[in-house]
Design a binder for this molecule. Structure first.
Ligand code: ADP
Ligand code: MG
Length: 469
């Protein structure tokens, strides 16, 4: 193994013990520059990352036991390295250094590097809202009518209707489309509209601090009329960014500037989110989006066909809508494939060719779910370490994830109760039976559990094994 491969393997191990947000924030763009005599130099992209990785390490032992995520990372990295290479590591040093080719891209991506940002550019070039994501192109149905109404209210009355507006729901259900539609509407009246993903906000902030341009960052973000942040769940665990966003939020809110946020889950389930942010996210209106019903799915497909200027029979649309139920992005993906296939072959879709296309797509996309994947996904969702979930501790925060893992293993994979017990740290099969029954019962009475399991299943279905490299 060369250094890069070793590091990839180490990251693979570390990833298991961190939430996705944390992992991406702190380990993206890191690499090993030297590995000799039990001493490793890990290069990190910014002083910010370096300080974080080191600072967490210096926290005193007691505090560290509390939560793996607040631990220093030398120990984690050392043990992962030892597992991967078999070499005992004595010392890990973090050094700020970007890979040459990567730093070029990184710099290009960062708006702070540009000359003083100009709002017109921001809207139309850098943060260009997708021109397709307007209210006109959005089909309103049962699953999204509340969120849609709230977005329209905000667009009509920014800063006054609901502030902030917080939209949450699973993957591919129209959250990005909706908040960008708000952006389009309001941008007709002011150019100080800013749409960013949470990841961009974070990266820009880190870059700004690194380059001594924190003031430019504040000048930009704190003076907009409308701030749209997509996928805010990724802010969980990023302390510096949360601090900055807290002040951005206050400044905007106090001057009645509109803030709209999206997330894959409710504020209270975002792991490692500061209390003061949590309470602010709940100040305004919280609206969810859920999977569309059949009627809406058909209507959406019709809209997409119109947009693409492509005619497809009702029967075929109905067939696709019946077979692709989970999310709209997938629905659109199938439609695109269908159109591409038939345009390429210069034919019209028939029910038979549609079935064939759909089968091919479904076969290719059904990545098998494994017990490991269930354990990883559930742990990540509840922000607990895998080793704790499969370990002996009976701490309260571990019990629920553990029971849900057992439930999913049984329900989705049909694993036998004794094997489930084995997978989870050698527990007795009666424990697995109890867990299965308990969650089955909770599912009937608690919409919360139902929603959480729905989200976990989406993670299981959608998650690419490799998302940040
Ligand atoms: P999310 O942000 O919730 O993951 P997106 O907003 O990216 O989902 O939506 C995924 C795709 O589905 C986009 O192409 C979007 O235009 C489309 N879409 C979602 N909901 C609707 C809707 N109600 N009407 C029309 N298109 C929709
Ligand atoms: Mg989105």
């Amino acid at each position: 193994m060369d250094k890069d491969q070793t590091w990839q393997a180490v990251l693979g191990e570390i990833e298991l013990n961190l939430s996705r947000a944390n992992f991406t924030t702190w380990f993206k763009n890191t690499f090993i520059s030297s590995f000799e005599n039990e001493k490793v130099i890990v290069c990190v992209p910014s002083t910010f990352t370096k300080a974080w990785l080191e600072k967490k390490y210096q926290k005193d032992i007691l505090e560290r036991i509390k939560k793996l995520e607040t631990e220093g990372c030398q120990k984690e990295i050392a043990s992962a390295l030892e597992n991967v290479t078999g070499v005992k590591i004595k010392e890990i040093i973090f050094k700020v250094e970007a890979r040459k080719e990567e730093s070029a891209i990184f710099d290009k991506l960062s708006m702070i590097e540009q000359q003083k940002p100009n709002f017109d550019n921001v809207l139309h070039n850098r943060f260009g809202l997708n021109s397709r994501y307007t209210f006109d192109n959005f089909v309103v149905g049962k699953g999204n009518e509340l969120a849609h109404a709230a977005c329209q209210a905000v667009a009509a009355n920014p800063g006054r209707a609901y502030n902030p507006l917080f939209i949450y729901g699973g993957v591919g259900l129209g959250k990005t489309h909706l908040i960008q539609a708000v952006g389009h509407e309001i941008s007709k009246r002011t150019s100080k509209v800013l749409y960013v993903t949470c990841e961009k906000f974070t990266n820009d902030y880190i870059q700004a601090v690194r380059n001594g341009k924190a003031k430019d960052f504040k000048d930009l973000y704190r003076t907009v009329d409308l701030l749209l942040i997509d996928d805010i769940q990724f802010m969980g665990g990023k302390d510096g960014t949360q601090e900055e966003f807290f002040h951005t939020f206050n400044e905007l809110h106090q001057s009645n500037k509109q803030i709209v946020l999206t997330s894959d889950r409710q504020p209270k389930y975002i792991p490692a989110l500061e209390k003061r942010l949590l309470s602010r996210f709940e100040w305004g209106m919280i609206a969810d989006v859920v999977s569309p019903d059949l009627e809406t799915r058909v209507a959406i497909m019709e809209t997409k066909c119109r947009e693409k200027n492509y005619m497809i029979d009702q029967e075929i649309l109905g067939f696709v809508a019946n077979n692709v139920q989970s999310n709209i992005r997938e629905l659109e993906g199938v439609l695109n494939r269908l159109i591409a296939y038939h345009e390429f072959n210069n034919t019209k879709p028939t029910l038979d060719t549609t079935k064939q296309t759909l089968n091919n797509i479904l076969a290719a996309s059904s990545r098998p779910i494994s017990t490991k994947k269930i354990i990883d996904s559930v742990s990540r969702f509840y922000d607990v370490a895998v080793k704790d979930v499969v370990g002996k501790s009976r701490k309260k925060e571990l019990v629920k994830p553990r029971q849900i893992i057992m439930y999913l293993m049984r329900e989705d994979l049909g694993v036998s109760y004794p094997s489930i017990g084995d997978e989870l740290g050698g527990r007795d099969h009666t424990t697995a039976i109890h867990a299965y029954n308990k969650i089955s019962k909770d599912l009937k009475t608690s919409s919360l559990i139902k929603q959480e399991i729905e989200l976990i299943k989406q993670i299981l279905r959608d998650e690419q094994p490799d998302y940040s490299y």
